[in-house]
Structure formats: C-alpha cells, structure tokens
Design a protein. Structure first.
Length: 266
C-alpha cells in the first residue's frame, strides 16, 4: 500500500515510518523541515494550499500528523495554532480529494474534550474529517491519543502514566493498525489499559496508593520512594471498539514501567 506520512520528522511520523516500512508498505514522507531519509521525501508546508498535491499523488493513505499541541500553548499564538491545526488539515484534505486518496489517518487528541484553544482546533479538525468523509467519500480514521509528549527520564515517564499518559509505542501501533483497519470512519481513544475494576474506582478515594498496589504489585514502594503525585481519581477504560474495529492492542502501563525501572537498575 502506498502511504504518505506528513509531519514525518515528528514523534509519530518517525515511528509510523519505521513500523509501516517493516510491514512492507511503500512510503513517502513530507515535512516543512528537511530530513535525511532513503525514502522519497517532499519538502512541503501543509499551511500552504496545494503544498501536498505532489506528495499525495498516487497514494492510498495519508497519515496526517502536523500540529501544535497543548505543550505549545503560550509559545505560539492562536493564529499559529489555527493555521497549522485547522488550515493545514483543510489543505491536506483538498489535496486528498484532488488525488483521489482513499483513506486519511488523522491525529486528533483526547484533549478534544477540553476547552482551551488547542482543544478547539481539534474539534474543528474532527468536523473537517467528517465533512470530507460525508461529502467526498474519503475513509477517515481519527485517533485520539492521551499525552505521549517527550519525557525527561524514566521516572518522569512513570509518573505520567499515573496521570493518564500513554506510551508512544502504543500510539505508533494504533497508527499502523489504522492504515488497514476494516472501518470507513471512526474516532478512537488511544489510551493505556489499566487493570482497574469498578470496585477499585469505588475504593480509590479511601486509599489511592493501595489501589495502585493491588493492580501493579510493587507500585506502592516506587510511588512512595520517588514521591510520585497520584491522580485524584481513576476510571475503567472501555476499549472494545478500539480493539475490535481498529485492532489497537495497548501493551504498556504502570506495571510495564515498574519492570523497565527494575531492569534499568540492574
């Protein structure tokens, strides 16, 4: 399958390229920044109309990743957020229509449920996805990952997992799965899977750390030793649609972090 990855120098772009190339897909890359790659590369800025026309010619799937994220709030203006996250998505879809691209995998965010300007641009982006599916028949798979921005070190990564973070490796697996998932349209939550039950949710207010210890033996010692801040609440994630329709299979959580932490100290 011929796949174009936009924002190819980014975290998702580089990981998706590696996974999809290993799976035998024919790839081409596009980004506003030059990059060294043995794969066909197109220097393009999604904010410019038609900039992806040449890159998307003859491709089956576009994986569209360019965006300013929540961590960029305060560093870029609302205009810059809109230009890249919304106008860039619009221009990508225009190129997809002109080149009769069959499918788009679009990186949304769990922040779509928020109320800041980043969330607003993701809401608009998802509306564009629906329009181009309904009006032009493009298959669209929208992925809503939790926070997987770069972390300082392994301990920072572990504490993030306590607060809703998702492992980058699971995000990449979801992106690769979305390329050929047997769905024509949908939005999927790319979050981790924790071993919590409804009873754990009820018990959490009384003794949060014991709930983490029950789910992941050894958690209490690490949380206390490193003074990790615990989230005020937990929830049970329903990932049936993500597993059955998308083929998403998250493998990383606080328990796998504990194993990695132990391995790192040997």
């Amino acid at each position: 399958m011929n796949v174009l990855i936009t924002g190819a120098t980014g975290s998702v772009g580089t990981g998706a390229a590696e996974a999809l190339e290993a799976a035998g897909h024919q790839l081409r890359l596009a980004d506003v920044k030059p990059m060294d790659s043995k794969l066909p590369f197109y220097l393009s800025d999604a904010r410019e109309p038609g900039s992806l026309d040449t890159a998307s010619e003859g491709v089956d799937v576009i994986i569209h990743t360019p965006a300013f994220h929540g961590i960029h709030m305060g560093k870029h203006s609302e205009q810059e957020f809109y230009d890249l996250n919304v106008t860039g998505t619009f221009n990508m879809f225009q190129s997809a229509v002109r080149n009769q691209v069959r499918r788009v995998v679009w990186l949304s965010s769990m922040s779509v449920f928020g109320s800041d300007f980043y969330a607003y641009t993701k809401k608009l982006g998802e509306q564009l996805c629906k329009f181009y599916h309904d009006k032009h028949g493009i298959e669209v798979v929208m992925l809503r990952p939790s926070d997987f921005t770069p972390y300082r070190d392994l301990l920072h990564y572990g504490e993030r997992l306590l607060h809703g973070g998702v492992d980058r490796r699971d995000v990449i697996q979801a992106v690769a799965a979305a390329v050929q998932a047997p769905v024509s349209f949908g939005a999927y939550h790319i979050v981790r899977h924790d071993r919590f039950t409804a009873a754990d949710v009820e018990a959490y207010a009384q003794s949060p750390i014991d709930v983490w210890e029950k789910a992941y033996p050894g958690a209490k010692r690490v949380i206390e030793r490193h003074r990790f801040q615990l989230p005020p609440q937990i929830q049970v994630s329903d990932l049936r649609a993500e597993r059955e329709e998308l083929g998403y299979s998250p493998r990383h959580h606080f328990g796998t972090f504990l194993a990695e932490l132990e391995e790192s100290t040997r």
